[in-house]
Write a protein that binds this ligand. Structure first.
Ligand SMILES: O=C(O)COP(=O)(O)O
Ligand SMILES: [Mg+2]
Length: 228
């Protein structure tokens, strides 16, 4: 971790990953894979099986549910995964505890916030009104919005530009190695969301984010945010 000093004020712009950072979407994902398994007469999986790979996208979750399939077989399941997930979206999941007060604190301070996810944009966009975030989220960039997705810096650079804040004056918060890599490549300070999804063998310290937090409450006060 870099030795950046705590802040006296919130950053001008806060950008967030969605799955595993703002939203505990693992229950929606579990319902999705279990419908796919049930359609094939197979036994359901447990939340503990799916949760660690939710931030790695549809392919990673399908690989856990269907371990016998090769990469081609997994890729062939993605359209079905997205169609079933579109029906389960927002039904079981909810923002992590502490997210709403943290967003309210940012808004009260005049910090603009947005979402940069690798989830397809149309699915993320459908969640915003369900969550009451449609008029509050200043920018939404999905995994298919641009020619590149995280860990490429383009989605973060695009979000900063859309908000009108220099990348170095934004902070990105994410729960996966690729989130922190994208922020570094974009020249953006980063926060590792340890409350999110990762495998036991992952070493978040090695991701070298600027700050790591166990819970969203830490970001409800300026000193929880890394300095530019
Ligand atoms: O759906 C995905 O690929 C993961 O989504 P995230 O980038 O919001 O964690
Ligand atoms: Mg994530």
């Amino acid at each position: 971790m870099s030795p950046s000093a705590p802040r006296a004020a919130f950053p001008a712009c806060a950008l967030f990953d969605l799955d595993g950072t703002l939203l505990d979407s693992a229950p929606d994902m579990l319902a999705t894979v279990n419908r796919m398994l049930a359609a094939r007469g197979r036994a359901p999986r447990a939340l503990a099986d799916i949760r660690p790979v939710v931030s790695r996208g549809a392919r990673a979750m399908a690989s856990v549910a269907f371990p016998e399939l090769d990469a081609e077989g997994i890729a062939a399941l993605v359209p079905e995964f997205l169609a079933v997930y579109a029906e389960e979206l927002g039904r079981h999941g909810a923002p992590f505890e502490g997210i709403e007060p943290m967003l309210a604190a940012l808004e009260a301070a005049g910090t603009r916030w947005g979402i940069v996810t690798n989830k397809p944009e149309y699915l993320a966009a459908r969640l915003l009104p369900q969550l009451g975030w449609q008029d509050r989220c200043a920018v939404l960039v999905g995994g298919d919005t641009l020619a590149e997705r995280k860990p490429h810096p383009l989605p973060l650079l695009h979000a900063a530009e859309a908000i009108g804040v220099a990348p170095g004056d934004c902070v990105y918060v994410g729960d996966d190695a690729r989130d922190i890599a994208a922020a570094r490549a974009a020249g953006m300070p980063s926060v590792v969301a340890l409350w999110g999804y990762r495998l036991e063998e992952d070493d978040p310290i090695a991701w070298q984010g600027d700050v790591m937090h166990d819970a969203p409450d830490a970001l409800a006060v300026p000193r929880g945010w890394p300095a530019p």
